[in-house]
Design a protein around this ligand. Structure first.
Ligand code: S3P
Length: 430
């Protein structure tokens, strides 16, 4: 599907209530599936990725009742049932990886497949540690979906991860819940701690701490999570698009209500403040054009999903901005370094690709009449292109725009309301 966006270029104004956080929503569904009892979840993300997690929970034996409050009833980890057909993870890398971890406890065979984007993403990073715990897994080329898991008894092990990845940490920790003995994960820096947050919510005994910058989590197997009652906070990764829009057009003011405010997700706010934006925990604005900045490798884990949105702020800023130590961007829903570079170039912005990042010479002076963005089946590229289109004003065409629903189904409603844009959706063949 194609979106034809016409924007007045008048900036962004109003109150944003971001959708339920996607990372927390996935885990809410997976922990409810693993728990014994009835869990009640409010403000669960309605993103297609999370709908795929709900289908996964049903396929493994939970009863799922949708609604304003989603009610999930399950019998505990020992009672997960073999799915009768292939699990379709859609576009979701999080479900693929965390699901592989949980499937190690399912008696019989669980087969995972997904769309053309997730089928290109590396899975060996999860499969290899799970195999070290005794899991029986086969994957296409050893590293890609489709993948099949045969449930077996795992043994807890110690892992020192070289990639900072919350998905990898979480897949191992979830498998550790069903393993014999202790599972210990050391990650190079603290990544988003939502799995550990659910351990606390669900009464799982675990320990965590720091060894220098490294973060260590230990969990003992044989524990069944307790059912829970939870309201999911708003998604900072969704709000980031409108916060960037607001601070990139001086005079704008977007207020954000109910957003998750943990530090591991707020790196993009620190970068924007460094560029001259003001953020008071609720409102985002700027009194003058932002200045370029350098995003360092140490910051990357706290803003990995926000780099496409930040690239829009870099394009609108004065001077040069750069990102390094972000090679993981190459294996997200698209090669986000290449996709960001292509998107910005189509807006006439000077950008250079590096193997582990990119640099941008800010300035939106020579924007051609109408520009086209190819989403590359990547929701965050499509939304970044739309925000940039609203900053510049005039017409922007976004191809493959249906991908926005994988994380933020109401994105275009919010865009229309906050930026005064009009959006025409056109069916195309892809
Ligand atoms: C996520 C972790 C991140 C992030 C993804 C969601 C999660 O991936 O990019 O969108 O929910 O754990 P990595 O942990 O692989 O970097």
């Amino acid at each position: 599907m194609r979106a034809r966006l016409i924007a007045p270029g008048r900036g962004f104004e109003g109150v944003l209530v971001p959708p339920g956080d996607k990372s927390i929503s996935h885990r809410a569904v997976l922990f409810a599936l693993a728990a014994a009892g009835t869990s009640r979840i409010r403000n669960l993300s309605t993103a297609e990725d999370v709908v795929a997690s709900l289908r996964f929970a049903s396929a493994l034996g939970a009863s799922v009742v949708p609604g304003e409050e989603v009610v999930i009833e399950a019998r505990g980890l020992e009672y997960l049932t073999e799915p009768s057909s292939v699990i379709d993870v859609g576009n979701s890398g999080t479900l693929a990886r965390l699901g592989l971890g949980l499937a190690t406890m399912v008696p019989g065979l669980s087969v995972f497949a997904g769309d053309s984007s997730v089928s290109k993403r590396p899975m060996a990073r999860v499969i290899e540690p799970l195999r070290r715990m005794g899991a029986v897994i086969e994957a296409r080329g050893g590293d890609r979906l489709p993948a099949a898991v045969r449930g077996s008894r795992l043994v807890g092990r110690e892992f020192s991860l070289s990639i900072p990845s919350a998905q990898l940490k979480s897949a191992i920790l979830l498998a550790g819940l069903g393993a014999v003995g202790r599972t210990r994960v050391t990650e190079p820096v603290l990544t988003r701690p939502h799995t550990e947050e659910f351990f606390s919510t669900c009464g799982i005994e675990f320990e965590e701490g720091f060894e220098g910058k490294q973060h260590v989590v230990e969990v003992w197997g044989g524990q069944t999570p307790r059912a829970f009652d939870l309201e999911i906070p708003g998604d900072p990764s969704a709000a980031a698009f409108f916060i960037v829009g607001s601070v990139s057009t001086p005079g704008s003011k977007v207020s954000v209500s109910g957003m998750y405010d943990g530090k591991t997700r707020g790196g993009f706010l620190e970068v924007l403040e460094r560029m001259g934006a003001s953020w008071d925990g609720r409102g985002a604005s700027a009194t003058r054009a932002l200045e370029g900045t350098e995003v360092t490798p140490a910051e990357v884990p706290s803003l990995i999903d926000e780099l496409p949105a930040l690239s829009v702020a870099f394009a609108a800023a004065r001077g040069r901005s750069s990102v390094s130590g972000a090679a993981e961007l190459r294996v997200k829903e698209s090669d986000r370094i290449a996709a960001v570079a292509e998107m910005l170039k189509n807006f006439g912005v000077e950008v250079e690709e590096h193997f582990d990042g990119f640099s941008v010479n800010g300035g939106l002076d020579s924007v051609p009449g109408s520009r086209t963005v190819d989403s590359r089946l990547d929701h965050r590229i499509a939304m970044s292109g739309a925000i940039l289109g609203c900053i510049v004003g005039g017409e922007t065409v976004i191809d493959g725009v249906e991908t926005v629903a994988t994380s933020y189904p109401s994105f275009f409603d919010d865009l229309t309301r906050l930026a005064g844009a009009s959006v025409e959706l056109i069916q195309t063949q892809r």
